[in-house]
Design a protein around this ligand. Sequence first.
Ligand SMILES: Nc1ncnc2c1ncn2[C@@H]1O[C@H](COP(=O)(O)OP(=O)(O)OP(=O)(O)O)[C@@H](O)[C@H]1O
Ligand SMILES: [Mg+2]
Length: 359
Amino acid sequence: MESSSPATPILEVATVTKRFGGFTAVDDVSFRIQEGEFFTLVGPSGSGKTTLLRMLVGMEKPTSGELRLRGRVINDLPPNQRPTCMVFQSLALFPHLSVGRNVEFPLEIRGQRSGERRTRAWELLKLLHLDPNRYYDKNIAQCSGGERQRVALARALAYDPEILFFDEPLSALDARLRKTLQKELKDLQRGTGKTFCYVTHSLEEAMVMSDRVAILRSGLIEQIGRPDEIYSSPKNAFVAEFMGEVNLLPVVGTGDATATWDTGRKTLALALPAPLPAGAAKKLLIRPESLRFLRADETAGNTLPVRILNQFSLGSRLQYHVEVAPGCTLTVERLREERVTGDTALLGWDLGDSQLLDA
Ligand SMILES: Nc1ncnc2c1ncn2[C@@H]1O[C@H](COP(=O)(O)OP(=O)(O)OP(=O)(O)O)[C@@H](O)[C@H]1O
Ligand SMILES: [Mg+2]
């Protein structure tokens, strides 16, 4: 991430609140985006992501707070006067126009001549890996979902905005195409040096592409940071849960660095990585790869006899679901070489590989 003047961010959201009647959709949110940054807002459905983007592009006005572009307040600036462009989940392409005409549309409304428009559209289609010879005259209706996605991106770039906003543009695509386009989007952002502000409900997707990620819950920002910071130090269980399959054990302190874990039928005693006052409730985070099956002569910070319910292949790794007590399971991931056989095993983890989080 490079910035000529880190003191003035390209975009600043300063204590912005948006209310719809008595309902607060965005609650006193603040963050800054630097020029050339890939910034992503992540959160569950209804957390206020689209509302934030709509305010940033001028489709909605904040109830209070300020939106600043290079230091200038833009709360009242109409959408067409903002140097921003939004790519929607629905893409909003013109179905009756060809691929080429869709991409040229922003240039047409600016009054560019047709020869210039065509040259630029060809460049942009090539940049998005759509061979212009094949696609320029093709009808939008005849394009696949992934192709339409690329056309929408080419058109957004034709506007030549300073900031591109994306509202879940890949959510309708299959997992493999989504992965390909994630990489292409990241390459595109690096190649063009543009500022991207992206919205997704997938933290995994955010982690792949972003320089920084903000996690939203009910209109509030829970955590902002680089993907590696969020991965290694999630601020609370809500953020950790967003990272996919992790083990979060509800524990209650019993004095010093010990706790009980109520598994439903059985209460187990655990050692903790840090002291926890008696009676205090927290979540203990243990990643699937931090859990291991112990040999008879091995020890660990915590050990538990478990029943192996099933195992799945994740390529070079195997994932296991193991039962600690009736109805209480943990997820374990180990290398294929460490495959366990039999129905039962001794599971363990080192205290340093677990983290105590607020619920
Ligand atoms: N115009 C509106 N009037 C009333 N409530 C609204 C309006 N727009 C959004 N909301 C509410 O604000 C909250 C946030 O909505 P928003 O669309 O920003 O969520 P989101 O994070 O984009 O969710 P999703 O992932 O489902 O797209 C929701 O509870 C929604 O119902
Ligand atoms: Mg939304």
